[in-house]
Write a protein that binds this ligand. Structure first.
Ligand code: UTP
Length: 234
């Protein structure tokens, strides 16, 4: 069994409590977990950003905004665990060590955020390192990495493959503030570079893309690794 770490953005799984794709994701995640050891790190989505805006408007510091963001990611993680039922370990892992321990049960392990100053992408990148994952998958609302935000610039260039250094060149200039919205945070990009674990960025707006990518290797996205070779299927 190969180990897979998926960073599942809140904007994909739980746009808002009323508008979520949890029911669609449960069968996709179960299908992957039948063949592989699966770790899922859940983001905070729009609710986290809304809370962060409120906290900032009150004039509270960025670190506290981050702490509130972390609580929202853990709330979303709790919701996913409940939806996965017996297939998931029943508690949100609050540290990487805890995640490793929970994985000994063979269940899907779910985490949210852990520490201020980063996003759940960084949590997932370090988790991939800690568990020796075969691949780190970042599920987002665009079909891979572009030279610029494709939602803002229609002429942005899509990359099918790139090296970790090239990734750092793209995300290096972005600000690290609570609730910021980049394809991958800089901490995660640095960990990807040092871990030598291939990263695949793909579009998760359709939940079937994820299981199809992992189990058949068919997807449209971006591979980030030194060799730039497609690490999927597993
Ligand atoms: P997310 O990981 O959800 O950020 O964390 P995101 O990039 O906006 O991801 P999407 O939209 O869900 O895909 C939400 C916020 O929680 C705080 C940060 O402020 C982050 O912006 N956070 C999260 C931390 O401070 N530390 C963590 O480990 C995780």
């Amino acid at each position: 069994m190969k180990k897979i770490v998926i960073s599942l953005g809140g904007s994909i799984l739980i746009q808002s409590p009323e508008s979520n794709t949890i029911k669609a994701y449960v069968p996709a995640l179960r299908a992957i977990a039948r063949n592989h050891r699966l770790f899922v790190v859940v983001g905070g989505g729009d609710m986290a950003r809304r809370y962060i805006t409120v906290v900032r408007d009150i004039g509270i510091d960025e670190g506290t905004s981050d702490e509130i963001g972390i609580l929202l990611t853990r709330l979303n993680a709790t919701l996913l665990i409940a939806a996965l039922g017996d297939d998931a370990y029943p508690k949100v892992a609050e540290t990487h060590s805890e995640a490793k321990k929970f994985a000994e049960t063979g269940k899907i392990v779910v985490m949210g955020g852990i520490t201020p100053g980063q996003t759940t992408d960084a949590v997932a990148a370090v988790l991939a390192e800690r568990v020796g994952a075969s691949v780190f998958i970042n599920v987002t609302s665009v079909d891979g990495i572009y030279s610029e935000d494709p939602k803002k610039n229609k002429n942005a260039k899509h990359f099918t493959a790139m090296t970790p250094k090239e990734l750092l060149g793209i995300v290096g200039g972005t600000a690290l503030v609570a609730g910021s919205n980049n394809v991958l945070d800089i901490v995660a990009a640095r960990v990807v570079e040092r871990s030598h674990i291939p990263l695949v960025v793909l579009d998760g707006r359709d939940s079937k893309n994820i299981s199809r990518a992992i189990l058949t290797g068919v997807y449209h996205g971006t591979v980030v690794s030194e060799s730039m070779e497609n690490p999927l299927p597993l």
